[in-house]
Design a protein around this ligand. Structure first.
Ligand code: SF4
Length: 67
């Protein structure tokens, strides 16, 4: 199921280290992702673990910035 959250919310789905599918809108205000997907955390707080887009950690790194 698809979900859309603000690009500055500190979740895996908006994190540059999350390897899942993500789709920012043209202005990078929101990021769309699949709530059912589990994807790898590449180098973050849960390195190599499969994470849901809704999860988070203290090493969250923003990927998309509002234009
Ligand atoms: S666990 Fe942390 S570093 Fe890894 S993808 Fe999620 S928010 Fe980003």
């Amino acid at each position: 199921m698809k979900n859309k959250i603000p690009s500055n919310w500190k979740n895996c789905a908006t994190c540059s280290r999350w390897c899942g599918w993500k789709n920012p809108d043209a202005f990078c205000n929101f990021v769309e992702y699949d709530m059912n997907e589990k994807a790898r955390c590449a180098g973050g707080g849960f390195n190599n673990a499969k994470m849901n887009g809704q999860q988070s950690c203290s090493k969250w790194t923003q990927q998309f910035f509002r234009k």
